[in-house]
Design a protein around this ligand. Sequence first.
Ligand code: SF4
Ligand code: SF4
Ligand code: SF4
Length: 350
Amino acid sequence: MKVIENIKTIPKVQKFRYAMIILTSMTLLGPLAFLPQLVGSDDLCGSLCMRRFYLYFPGMTWEDFFVHVNAASIGVMAFSLIMITTLFFGRIWCGYLCPVGGLAELSSRMLNDRWKIEFRSLPQIQIRYGYFGFFLVAMPALGISACSLCNFITIPRLIEAMSGEYRGMMFLVSSVGLVNLGLLLLLGVFASKGRAYCQFMCPIGAADGLVNRLGAKMPFARRIRVAKERCTGCNICARNCMCGAIKMVDRIATVDQVSCMSCHECVDVCDWNALAWTTKPNHKVNEPKRIKKNTEIFPLPDWQAVHFNPVKADAVESAVKTGPAISVLSVFNAMIFLTVISIIIVGSFL
Ligand code: SF4
Ligand code: SF4
Ligand code: SF4
């Protein structure tokens, strides 16, 4: 069976990652679905929410901001914890723990490739931060609720509906529920590698990506780094990257630290050991050599968290075609994506 074959081909580190995701899904999503009924409060989402407290409303004061922070106290703590972890270790929450992005990725992995839409070659930084700005400022100003586009509520409601709960079923047949379910399927399950929602629309992912990029230059920060001198430019890592975070510049793999989730898939597939999750080198490039079992291994790689500059990459003529190729299909996907977003925005007004 194709699903079993797909599972067998998953590398070891990725199996561990999926086990973590399944574990967090069971520990977080179940309680999130049923806690409101158990404690008789509908406002758990309010105190748990990690995505609303930083919205800017017209005329908002600092006092209002702290009221929002206070109302979402657990969500603020979780958000801060995620950002601190990211600063030191990369986007561990997104890559290893988040049940929403993780389950979408896992479902997409089980699906046959011919059903999937390729979103990874779209200009994700422009779309993600364009939408992030819209989410932070324009949506509150236009009176569109941040909750109307929340992927974090869709899966718990789905679980509720499947267990026969009235609220879950009503959510799924409401316009907000249908839009969110559509997004989960289109940008998750049916997206190539399952991370298109993370790439384009998740506000937590957008903030997390900025912190990841910010920390990449710090000497203590672990990131996926490239040893330029080892990279052959074979492009395999780029084709396998779930976030479209690797591009070839001058035939060398470069990692976009805003998008990378430290999932290790690229490390697994690189036959040349040119990628590693590591800190910045603390040696001068040609010295000292690493000595292992009395054998000198050199040159010691100069691990670099090279940040992908989209403008530069476009200008580099010698850049080989990168992983998810830009093709007629990509343009078609872009049109689907923009149409869906337009429907959502218009739908949110209705
Ligand atoms: S980007 Fe958002 S949905 Fe995706 S893994 Fe991160 S927090 Fe979860
Ligand atoms: S798989 Fe390894 S050698 Fe090939 S492009 Fe990526 S980093 Fe370079
Ligand atoms: S660059 Fe590597 S570690 Fe980062 S998201 Fe892509 S495959 Fe995963």
